[in-house]
Ligand binder design. Structure first.
Ligand code: KDG
Length: 364
């Protein structure tokens, strides 16, 4: 028995129908691959290890706010932090997580911690250099050639001492996580050398070294909060910006930026902060629990960020972004042109700290 469709089967009809079917199949395939591309597969959140911690019988609400979106590696880390703290406090500490600067951008969140109206945040170190000048070492170009060297520095004496030094001004610094290696994107042209940057309006974090970097390369840099960046790109207030691949995708910058250049010019860490007012209310056992959870969150978040880095770059290409991968010679040109930035900042940051970090690279 033949099935009767709504219109008779002539050759032309049969041809149109088969063309229609092919089209529909193609669309479905396209959509599935797109949605497959869009929904980046995040590594599963690990099981919680470690025993339940005895508290003082009181219950605590902990609000944790970040600037990146819900589909960022940072937010994934936060979900793991929440799981650890709630399970190991047997529910006595409830963690509310906020993303996309819902409770304020990096600097507003830090002020809220100092005022005691927010319990935790994890900003990039770059916007905080006016409070903690030694953080500026992380903004020096090409200082961390590999993520492993970044880990060695952050998890080693240098990084642990910095956490102690940053535990002041109403803040308690309890861990590190990864924002990552920064890549340049823009809406104007494919950038392969500093000369292509002439007059390009580039948004930077609110940080004097990043301004110095892009001015030195010939661009026209503008400092701006991350919370305002997408709109500024969309409206053409700025032509470009620089962030890790995972942030470019999770913040959909590729929808308003046609070109990207893999510069890896700066490695930016996140620092995990607690409000001192909240910290001092906690029993020591819960303070130790937050330290352990922050360490596990940071390690997991690094793993997510690194596992996805190349995959996301590939996805951005599939979504139409024109990505330029620089040759070693082209990278060397950027490094040579940026050498004066070290002369400008060596004394302000401290040559000893820079040399100790460089030594880690040589020791590798
Ligand atoms: O809250 C997001 C910020 O930490 C932000 O600094 C991320 O790299 C960033 C940027 O470009 O502002």
């Amino acid at each position: 028995m033949t099935t009767i469709t709504s219109f008779p089967h002539t050759t032309r009809h049969r041809r149109t129908r088969s063309r229609l079917t092919t089209l529909m199949v193609a669309t479905v395939l396209g959509l599935t691959s797109l949605s497959a591309v869009a929904a980046t597969e995040m590594p599963p959140i690990p099981e919680v290890t470690g025993d339940v911690v005895e508290g003082d019988g009181n219950d605590y609400n902990l609000k944790f706010n970040i600037g990146l979106t819900q589909s960022s590696a940072q937010y994934r880390g936060l979900e793991y932090f929440k799981k650890i703290v709630e399970q190991r406090s047997d529910g006595h500490i409830q963690v509310q997580t906020f993303h996309s600067a819902q409770l304020g951008d990096d600097l507003q969140s830090v002020s809220a911690l100092q005022a005691g109206t927010l319990e935790m945040t994890a900003p990039s170190t770059s916007p905080m250099v006016s409070m903690f000048p030694q953080f500026a070492v992380f903004d020096l170009p090409f200082l961390f050639p590999t993520p492993e060297i970044a880990d060695k520095v952050l998890d080693g004496d240098i990084g642990q001492q910095m956490l102690k030094d940053a535990s002041t001004k109403g803040l308690v610094a309890i861990g590190w996580a990864e924002n990552g290696y920064r890549q340049l994107t823009n809406s104007k042209l494919a950038v392969t050398s500093p000369s292509d940057l002439d007059g390009l309006k580039v948004r930077t974090m609110q940080n004097p070294i990043h301004l110095d970097i892009w001015r030195t390369l010939g661009a026209n840099p503008t400092p701006m909060s991350f919370a305002e960046l997408f709109t500024a790109l969309e409206q053409g207030v700025v032509d470009g910006q620089e962030n890790p691949w995972i942030t470019i995708e999770s913040s959909k910058f590729n929808e308003v930026q046609q070109y990207a250049t893999e510069t890896n010019h700066v490695y930016t860490p996140f620092i995990t902060l607690v409000s001192e007012r909240f910290w001092n209310r906690l029993p020591e056992s819960y303070q130790q629990l937050l330290r352990e959870a922050a360490k596990q969150m940071g390690d997991y978040e690094r793993q997510v960020s690194r596992t996805l880095n190349d995959q996301i770059k590939q996805e951005l290409k599939e979504q139409g972004m024109q990505i330029t991968e620089l040759t070693p010679e082209q990278i060397a040109t950027f490094q040579e042109d940026l050498a004066p930035v070290y002369d400008d900042w060596r004394d302000k940051i401290g040559g000893d700290l820079i040399d100790r970090i460089r030594a880690e690279s040589q020791a590798q």
